[in-house]
Design a protein around this ligand. Structure first.
Ligand SMILES: Nc1ncnc2c1ncn2[C@@H]1O[C@H](COP(=O)(O)OP(=O)(O)OP(=O)(O)O)[C@@H](O)[C@H]1O
Length: 414
C-alpha cells in the first residue's frame, strides 16, 4: 500500500483559493476599476502619468485591482511604438524607510551584476543613483508601492512624484501608485506629500454579501469539482464575510477551510456544517494569534479577568479588576501598571474580541463607566497564555482546566 495517495475528490485546483492566485477577471469592483483605469490613461496617451493613491480596508481588492489593470496596461502599451512602459511593483512590508525603498528601486533598475549594497550610502547619493537609473531606463515608469504605510518617513513619497518637477529627471516619466489599508496614514501625511502623492485618490469600500458571493462563485468554479458544494455554502461564507469585515481574503479562506474539513472527513460534499465549523476554527486561530501578540501585562490583565469571570464577578469595572491584577503582577514579579495603562489593556482585549464592554450610566449622578466581561472560551485563553499562568501560578478557578505540578495554594492569592 502506498503511503501517499491523491485525495482530490473535492478540489479541482485548490491553489485557486490561495492568496497568490490572480483571478482573470475582478468581480464587483466596476466603479473603482473605471476610476483607476481613467487615472492610468495618460500612460497610454504618452503623457506624464498621474500619481495615484489607493486606500481601503484589508482584503478589498486594492492589490488585485492594481495587478489586474497594470498587466492590461503593460499588454496594451505594447501596441504603441512610442510607449516604453516599465512597471516596478514593490511590497513595503519589511521596508521601513525611504532609504530602503530607494535602494530597492535602484537595484530593480540595475542588472544582477551591478547591484548596490543596501547600507552605507548617504540618502542623497542613493537618490542620485535612483534618478540616474530611472533616466537610463527612460520611457514611462510606474512604481507601485504596496503597503506604503510601513515606510516611517515620507521623503520618498515626496521625492519620487516630484522628481521631474524638481529637475531631477530629464527622460523618464515616473508615476507613483501608493496602496494602503491604514486610514490614519493618509490623514497624517504632510500637506506637501499629500498633494503630490494623492493627486488621484481612489477609495475601495468593503464588499457587501452580494459582491462576496460573486467573488466566491468565480473562485469556486476553478477550485472545486462540480456538485461538491452544497447550495448554502457560498451564500453562507459571503454572509459571514460581509458581517465580519467585507474582506474577500477572509471569505475565500473560510471557503477553503470548509473544503479542507470536508476533505479531512473524506466526504465528497462540502456542507453548511463545514462552513460553520471552519468559521469557528479560523476565529480561534485569529484570537489565539491575538493573545500571543499581547504583552505580558496584557496577559496579566486577561488572566485576572478570566478568574473573576469564573467566580461570577463579571461584568466588572476596571477598578474592581485592579486588586486581582496587582496581586497577579506581584506573583509574577512585575511592577503593576498604573490604572490608566491597565485600562488600556482592557480596551485592547475588547478590540481583539476577547472581552466585551458595556457602557453603563451612573443614573442621576450623570457619569458613565464601562464594565468588562469575558467573551471567549476558557480553554482557548488558557492554552494561549500558558507562560503567564506558569509565572503567576494556577488560580483555583482554572484548576480543573490545567494539568500542572506547579499549583499555588489558595493563600498565595489572598
Ligand atoms: N473583486 C475581486 N474579484 C476577485 N477576487 C478578488 C476581488 N477582490 C479581492 N479578491 C481576492 O481577495 C484577496 C485579497 O485581495 P487583495 O490582496 O487585492 O486585497 P487588498 O485590498 O490589497 O488587501 P491588503 O490591504 O490586505 O493587501 C486576493 O486573493 C484577491 O485575489
Amino acid at each position: 500500500m502506498p503511503l501517499f495517495e491523491r485525495d482530490t475528490e473535492i478540489y479541482r485546483d485548490r491553489d485557486a483559493l490561495r492568496e497568490d492566485y490572480q483571478p482573470e477577471e475582478l468581480v464587483g469592483r466596476d466603479e473603482e476599476l473605471r476610476t483607476f483605469q481613467a487615472a492610468l490613461q495618460p500612460v497610454i496617451n504618452g503623457e506624464q502619468p498621474n500619481n495615484i493613491f489607493l486606500y481601503g480596508k484589508t482584503g478589498v481588492g486594492k492589490t488585485a485591482a492594481s495587478r489586474y489593470l497594470l498587466s492590461h496596461l503593460r499588454e496594451d502599451a505594447r501596441r504603441y511604438d512610442d510607449i516604453d512602459l516599465t512597471v516596478i511593483f514593490l511590497n513595503c512590508d519589511g521596508l521601513t524607510s525611504s532609504y530602503q525603498i530607494a535602494t530597492r528601486l535602484v537595484n530593480e533598475l540595475r542588472s544582477e551584476s551591478n547591484q548596490i549594497s543596501t547600507t552605507g550610502y548617504p540618502l542623497g547619493s542613493v537618490y542620485g543613483m535612483l534618478w540616474e537609473g530611472l533616466d537610463e531606463c527612460g520611457g514611462t515608469i510606474t512604481v507601485v508601492l504596496d503597503e506604503i504605510d510601513h515606510v516611517n518617513d515620507d521623503s520618498i513619497l515626496y521625492q519620487l512624484p516630484r522628481a521631474r518637477a524638481n529637475g531631477n529627471l530629464d527622460n523618464a516619466k515616473v508615476g507613483l501608485i501608493g496602496i494602503s489599508n491604514d486610514f490614519s496614514f493618509r490623514d497624517d501625511l504632510s500637506p506637501k506629500v499629500k498633494s503630490s502623492l494623492c493627486e488621484q485618490e481612489i477609495h475601495f469600500p468593503a464588499y457587501n454579501a452580494k459582491n462576496l458571493q460573486a467573488i466566491l462563485e468565480q473562485r469556486a468554479e476553478v477550485a472545486f469539482r462540480e456538485e461538491v458544494l452544497a447550495d448554502e455554502v457560498i451564500p453562507l461564507c459571503a454572509a459571514y464575510g460581509a458581517k465580519d469585515a467585507g474582506d474577500a481574503r477572509q471569505s475565500i479562506d473560510l471557503l477553503m477551510k470548509a473544503g479542507d474539513l470536508a476533505r479531512d472527513e473524506e466526504t465528497d460534499r462540502v456542507t453548511e456544517e463545514h462552513v460553520k465549523r471552519g468559521r469557528r476554527a479560523l476565529e480561534r486561530g485569529r484570537i489565539k494569534e491575538g493573545i500571543n501578540g499581547l504583552t505580558e501585562h496584557g496577559h496579566l490583565v486577561l488572566y485576572s479577568l478570566l478568574t473573576l469571570d469564573l467566580e461570577g464577578e463579571t461584568p466588572i469595572r476596571s477598578r474592581d479588576v485592579r486588586p486581582r491584577y496587582t496581586r497577579f503582577a506581584e506573583l509574577a514579579n512585575r511592577d503593576p501598571l498604573v490604572p490608566r495603562r491597565m485600562r488600556d489593556h482592557l480596551s485592547e482585549l475588547a478590540m481583539l474580541g476577547i472581552v466585551s464592554v458595556t457602557e453603563r450610566n451612573e443614573g442621576r449622578r450623570g457619569g458613565t463607566y464601562r464594565e468588562y466581561a469575558l467573551d471567549m472560551d476558557v480553554e482557548l485563553i488558557i492554552s494561549a497564555m500558558r507562560d503567564t499562568i506558569d509565572l503567576v501560578g494556577v488560580h483555583e478557578t482554572i484548576d480543573s482546566h490545567v494539568n500542572t505540578e506547579s499549583k499555588r495554594t489558595l493563600d498565595d492569592f489572598a
